[in-house]
Design a protein around this ligand. Structure first.
Ligand SMILES: Cc1cc2nc3c(=O)[nH]c(=O)nc-3n(C[C@H](O)[C@H](O)[C@H](O)COP(=O)(O)OP(=O)(O)OC[C@H]3O[C@@H](n4cnc5c(N)ncnc54)[C@H](O)[C@@H]3O)c2cc1C
Length: 418
């Protein structure tokens, strides 16, 4: 029997990659330092498969926004470690991608990968016999500023997948949005978006993989690699080595820790975000569809029994603290709009570090220096949205099949990017 493929990382990206490899008959071992799947960034995210909203953050308008954030004048973007050298290296690359041409290329990559991924989600649930826990009725993008709404409305793509709704149409569809008052100027309905609990789906898939012959090694930290003739021969861990035929790095914000000794450093900066989750006590008092408040820049998702609100992009290095000022923002939003419909006493607050590349798309492909080392990391604000597709496409490339999509990876000198 040949040595297994070792997937490092049991977040949503690693687990979906392991699934795609296993479905092709590969022997697979998944290794993660934490006690279970989806314990890092995949744990408390908004859960939106934001296909209609998939766009690269690096765009011309991001430059003034970053400058405002540096002087503390951008409510949803914070720079709390402005002198972090890793941030400056990342920032220089980010600025290079802020041109209209680079933004168009990167946004196209994210949109194609997101759509490919979303199209596979319902089928994946059915294939694995998982309870159906993702909803595919779309998502709303709401505006409290009429001029902002008019600008978005004027740029609507053709094809009818995204349509504009007046305040009255929104409230007729989702009566609980009346709680937003007269300030609600209008919104967009993106029919191609979905929502579901990313951690639940990842953990259920991990359990399914366990039953399908994949070894899940939790509480096992990868510390390095044994190499010979340009190949990784074994993954070194704090519980001993694991011989391997190939390795996939699905290690999110920690990827560079493992690759630096191998001679390359993926630019993946941790962009911190926050979420709060409240138990729903009155289902009629919260919107059924997930929504993004485009004016206050928060996302709200209804999982049936829980309401989750997420916000903020903060450049704070690897800091994982939960400052009360940040959680208060989420708390105040929920109290103002949906306070009568949730249990305000027991919110669960969380923070996660979005693994974010300067260009936007993840690093996806084979590392040039090692013939059997692959990477699937850096999915930023869209990791859940792109995970099934990115896993599938990497597995295709590893199996020597022509990848279903091309030009979807961030580019780098050290990478044969797909
Ligand atoms: C507030 C917030 C809201 C978000 N909302 C959305 C959303 O609505 N839709 C969406 O698509 N995305 C969203 N995201 C982004 C999404 O959560 C991430 O892109 C995604 O979770 C990244 O998954 P990952 O598997 O790459 O990383 P992770 O989930 O962080 O997994 C990486 C894993 O690698 C393991 N690991 C690392 N190094 C080692 C090592 N040396 N040895 C062993 N194990 C190791 C870690 O323990 C970890 O489990 C949001 C993120 C945040 C913070």
């Amino acid at each position: 029997m040949s040595d297994p493929v070792v997937v490092i990382g049991a977040g949503v990206v690693g687990v979906m990659t392991a699934r795609a490899l296993r479905l092709r008959g590969a022997e697979v071992v998944v290794v993660d330092a934490l006690p279970g799947a989806a314990e890092m960034c995949s744990r408390g995210n908004a859960g939106m498969l934001a296909v209609g909203h998939a766009k690269a953050w690096a765009e011309p308008a991001a430059i003034p926004a970053l400058l405002r954030a540096l002087v503390g004048r951008e409510p949803s973007v914070k720079v709390t470690r402005p002198f972090d050298p890793a941030l400056w290296r990342w920032g220089v690359e980010f600025l290079r991608h802020c041109t209209p041409a680079a933004n168009a290329r990167n946004t196209s990559a994210e949109q194609r990968l997101s759509r490919f991924s979303r199209d596979r989600l319902a089928a994946a649930e059915a294939e694995m016999g998982l309870p159906v826990d993702t909803w595919h009725e779309g998502a709303l993008y709401l505006f409290q500023d009429a001029a902002q709404f008019a600008r978005y409305r004027a740029k609507l793509p053709e094809g009818g997948e995204i349509t504009a709704l007046s305040r009255e149409e929104l409230v007729a569809r989702e009566p609980s949005l009346a709680a937003m008052g007269e300030r609600l100027a209008g919104g967009l309905l993106s029919r191609i978006d979905s929502v579901g609990d990313c951690a639940l789906f990842t953990r259920r898939t991990a359990a399914w993989l366990g039953g399908a012959g994949v070894a899940m090694r939790f509480e096992t930290r990868v510390t390095g690699f044994a190499q010979s003739l340009g190949r990784i021969t074994a993954v070194e861990t704090d519980r001993g080595p694991i011989a391997c035929s190939a390795v996939v790095l699905a290690t999110g914000v920690e990827t560079a820790d493992l690759t630096r000794p191998l001679g390359f450093v993926p630019q993946i900066y941790p962009v911190k975000g926050y979420s709060g989750t409240w138990r729903i006590t009155d289902p009629a008092g919260v919107p059924r569809l997930p929504f993004v408040d485009e004016t206050e820049l928060l996302a709200v998702a209804n999982y049936g029994d829980r309401l989750r609100v997420t916000a903020i992009a903060e450049f704070a290095g690897r800091d994982r603290s939960l400052p009360p000022a940040r959680t208060a923002l989420l708390d105040a939003y929920v109290r103002r709009r949906f306070g009568a419909a949730v249990d305000l006493e027991t919110p669960e607050f969380w923070t996660g570090l979005r693994p974010t590349t300067p260009a936007g798309p993840p690093y996806l492909g084979r590392v040039r220096t090692h013939s059997n080392l692959w990477i699937n990391a850096g999915h930023g604000q869209l990791g859940w949205t792109m995970s099934l597709g990115a896993g599938e496409i990497l597995a295709q490339a590893m199996a020597g099949e022509p990848p279903a999509l091309r030009d979807i990876s961030s580019r780098a000198r050290w990478l044969d990017a797909i």
